[in-house]
Design a protein around this ligand. Structure first.
Ligand code: FE2
Length: 172
């Protein structure tokens, strides 16, 4: 488990994301997803800036599970809906492909020792992919998806997403 300080930093980044989301007019389930982005980004940054292999390994255990649960639950709850609408179908297909690539990178990292040079290189690639995922979703996909789904649906999907995330976290 990460230390109390790590948790606080990552929660703080999550909250900062939520404030940014509010400015962009995103609500309900999209605020939750942005909060998860902030928390994962905070943990990835902590790994990158730590020289302590044991610490990196410990943080990696937490963030890999969070990333898998995030991707799988957003596919299950949000992108499944976006597949149905012709206005967002292409976006959903694009996201599914990138989610598969992200998951493959996590599997590669799982197969390597955390102290290995190859691990560090693959980890840098993963960080880039996550940054790309975050900016694409928050900048383009979420605002469009919110328009398509409508405010009420965006609000009601929040509880569904929380349940799906918790279930995925237990399996990650
Ligand atoms: Fe996401």
């Amino acid at each position: 488990m990460p230390s109390k300080t790590d948790e606080l930093i990552s929660q703080g980044l999550g909250k900062a994301k939520v404030m940014k989301g509010a400015i962009k007019g995103l609500g309900g389930v999209f605020r939750t997803l942005m909060e998860q982005h902030g928390q994962a980004s905070g943990l990835l940054h902590r790994i990158k800036s730590s020289d302590d292999v044991a610490k990196r390994a410990e943080l990696w255990e937490t963030v890999r599970a969070q990333l898998l649960a995030h991707e799988r639950s957003e596919m299950e709850v949000i992108y499944r809906e976006l597949h149905y609408d012709p206005r967002t179908r292409a976006i959903a297909e694009h996201h599914d492909q990138e989610a598969g690539e992200l998951e493959a990178l996590i599997r590669e990292l799982d197969a390597l020792p955390v102290g290995d040079v190859q691990w560090a290189e693959t980890f840098d690639t993963l960080v880039e992919r996550v940054q790309h995922h975050v900016s694409e979703e928050e900048g383009e996909i979420f605002p469009k998806a919110q328009d398509v789904l409508g405010k009420d649906r965006v609000k009601s999907l929040d509880a569904t997403l929380h349940d799906a995330f918790d279930a995925q976290l237990r399996m990650a």
